[in-house]
Write a protein that binds this ligand. Sequence first.
Ligand SMILES: [Ca+2]
Length: 351
Amino acid sequence: MEFRRVVVRTLVLLGALPASSLDKYAEAKAKAGDAKAATLAFNAAAKALKDAFALAKTRENAAKAAPIIERLNSARDKFLAEDILAQLEALIPSDARMPALREKVQSMPGPAKSLALDLGNNVSMKLVLIRPGKFMMGSPESEKEASGDEGPQHEVTISKPFYMGVTEVTQSQYKAVMGKNPSNFNGPTKPVEMVSWDDAVDFCKKLSDKTGKNFRLPTEAEWEYACRAGTRTRFCFGDNEGELASYAWYFVNSGSKTHPVGEKSANSWGLYDMHGNVWEWCADWYGGDYYSASPTEDPQGPASGQFRVLRGGSCYYYPTSPPVFCRSTCRVCLEPGNRFKDGGFRVFRGL
Ligand SMILES: [Ca+2]
């Protein structure tokens, strides 16, 4: 009973503090080893930011959200501040506080827009920052060549910014981390292939050990969000498969072999070969009916399964329409131990 009173009192006190102060308080408590107080403060900070976001949704309340932006200071809050500001721009663009708020948000520190990892022996790996947001995951029933497991199309929130490998992991990158190159189509700047899901996860673990940062495979949702880059069309550039050769190595132009990464056009978020070249392992177990009941925020895939998901299509021949597997929403799956000559991956890193 006493503990409950303390928790309630702490929450009330924390609720009175602005979000960025709560962040600092939580960090101090976490450093001091007081996990309970740190968790309470982080939760209260998250609630304060959610409240600000809700306030900024109606004209009537928008002005109340302005002081909350004034209190946001950490790089972690930059995207949220930008989102709230965008809503205020739509609701109260002439408010007297807006010029100061615009300046404030613009001057807030933000995470680095890209990362370049030094893997040794003159080998590096580039990642690009992807901001959080909402998108429509999966295909509408009307989409040409959509299959049943791509629906129902549903809104998904990617709640945190992240870094995504600009290209598929190359053979030189794989060798720099793992000390070997299992690929069938040899070439240092070609994507590594003949790697199983387990090999890809192992690579991420070794890369994490090497760099001290936490790398992993993207979830299906993160992959599709990054592939779409804000689009709702079959491909990251639109619906017209006649343009696919500008963005992808696929059966029609590849000669059924892989090509050096990054030779085709990137999508609008700076990611290359999301369509074609090699299939890309994602973190998730495959669930054919997963979309009908998946979480709306940061879905992680089914808790268990037999197969892991692959995305994006490849350079190789398939006995159907060549562009079909390159679509942003196409899902295929294989057992995690499978290695094949058009199967690779790219890496994900949280902030
Ligand atoms: Ca690819």
